[in-house]
Design a protein around this ligand. Structure first.
Ligand code: CTP
Ligand code: ZN
Length: 151
């Protein structure tokens, strides 16, 4: 079988099985932008047996935190995280969709109390129904295109 190769990395994080088209958002979540100095490689719309098409992101020398993991789960619920040391996979796990998120996405309802002058942090219940759905704890508004509302 023909295999697409992006170089293996020595140390860092590989985020695999990202929903096709979401790699750039994953980079944003990781804080990687045009002035970043990290060594980063990525592939978009790569053929995948499980997913049809997928994206992959590899970042050298960087390990991701809980908040970044939660954000990635919201936009790429099938993603696999591989932590690499000395070219070996030390840990492999799937992201887990959090049941509740606080302060991670902005409510799309402009009149929601979480968008008012009150010091109220946004809060959503999250579940999977063909796509990831988040519902505001305060105004019950549902967010379907979550990536547009991530802070
Ligand atoms: N990888 C890497 N650098 C390494 C080791 C692995 O970039 N030193 C990458 C591989 O290219 C692959 C991912 O990490 O994209 C997972 O590697 P591996 O578990 O070997 O591949 P698969 O068996 O295809 O993974 P899965 O079962 O999760 O689909
Ligand atoms: Zn709301």
């Amino acid at each position: 079988m023909k295999q697409l190769t992006i170089s293996k990395i020595k140390e860092g994080t590989v985020i695999d099985h990202i929903n096709a088209g979401k790699a750039l958002l994953v980079l944003k979540i990781l804080g990687i932008h045009s002035n970043s100095t990290e060594t980063v490689s990525m592939a978009m719309n790569v053929p995948s047996k499980k997913m049809g098409k997928k994206d992959i992101v590899k970042v050298e020398g960087k390990f991701i935190n809980e908040e970044q993991l939660n954000k990635i789960a919201l936009i790429a619920p099938n993603a696999t995280i591989n932590l690499i040391k000395d070219y070996e996979i030390q840990k492999k796990f799937k992201v887990v969709l959090p049941e509740f998120i606080e302060g991670i996405i902005k409510c799309p309802n402009r009149n929601c109390i979480s968008n008012s002058d009150e010091p109220i942090t946004s809060k959503f219940r999250v579940w999977f129904d063909k796509n990831v759905v988040a519902q505001c704890y305060y105004c019950r508004r549902k967010v379907k295109e979550i990536s547009e509302y991530i802070y």
